[in-house]
Each structure stands twice: as structure tokens, then as C-alpha cells.
Design a protein around this ligand. Sequence first.
Ligand SMILES: [Mn+2]
Length: 199
Amino acid sequence: MSISSRRGAIERRTAETDIKLALDLDVPGQAAIDTGIPFMDHMLTLFARHGRCGLEVTARGDLEVDFHHTMEDLGICLGQALAAAIGDGGGLARYGQATIPMDEALCSVAVDLCRRPCLVYNVKLVVEKVGDLDTELMEEFFRALVSHGGLTLHVNLHYGKNQHHIFEAVFKALAHALRRAWAPDAGLGGRPLSTKGML
Ligand SMILES: [Mn+2]
């Protein structure tokens, strides 16, 4: 796979949400995020910065209902864009992990870009909302990301007291783990890291 093609652009419109999302694995740290949910703008912006990728997101969802549809559909679009950017996974490190502190919170994330969706999500909710966002919806975002991105993702919060810090540790750990997993490994000669010869 050529480095220049590591990009996924998704336009997805339903009766509930209208989302445009572009992910570029080789445009370091450029983010333009407008989801209508300020806390997710904050999370996705730091995801792009720490993942050293380009991420553009414009979302208009039925926030007057609640944030559920928008959170889930953001996960779908990011997952689809990631899958497109990864392609057949040839020549990529495939695995990545990171343990990241954010003040008193500590989170470990491990990923496998294996085309098999699996989410393990152990993240404590200490309050019902951060900003206007229902904290329980974050798991819906990750479930959709995993289902549509075709990745195995383990998110384990070790501890934390402040919900903002907790989610910030989660997203930073995700970014650092993914950056390692999608990094090219020249020793693979462009082939997937698998004894099957394909992912
Ligand atoms: Mn913050």
C-alpha cells in the first residue's frame, strides 16, 4: 500500500444525522472538528493531535432528541474511515498499545487492526454528564467504532476520579495505541502481519 493513499473519507446522511468525516493517517495533527457536541470536539481534536493524523469532522445530528444518534454515528463514520485508510493492512505494525495518564486518571488501550470487531470496555463513569454529554453514550461511540472499523479494542481504565480526565486518558491512549498499530513496518515487505497471509 502506498503511503499517500492512507485516507478514508465518509459522507453519511440518515434521518437522524448528517456527517462528513475524513481521516488521513499521514497528515500529522491537523484537526477541524465540529460535531455539535463540544466535549466530543475536544476529544476528537486531541485524538488527532496525539494520533498525529488528519481528522476533519462535520456532524449535524438530532441533538434535540438526545446525543445518542450522533455519538453512535460518529463512531460508525470514524470506523469506516479507519477501515478505508488501513485497507488490507499490508505492511502495518498491526498491534499497538499505550498506557497514558491524565492527572489522577490512568488508562491502557490495546488495539489489533485485524478486521475482527471486538470491544472490551472497562471505563468507570463517575458522573452522568460531562458538559451536555451523557457519559454512558461514550461506550456507544466505541462500540460503533469497533464494529465498523473492524478492530479489536481493549480499553481498560485503571483508576480516575474526574470524568473529564478519565475520557481524556481514554482518547489519548487510543490515539497513541492506534498510531503504533497503523505505523508502517518496513520489515513486512508490504504484507500483512499474519501467518494466514491476510487479515
Ligand atoms: Mn481537557
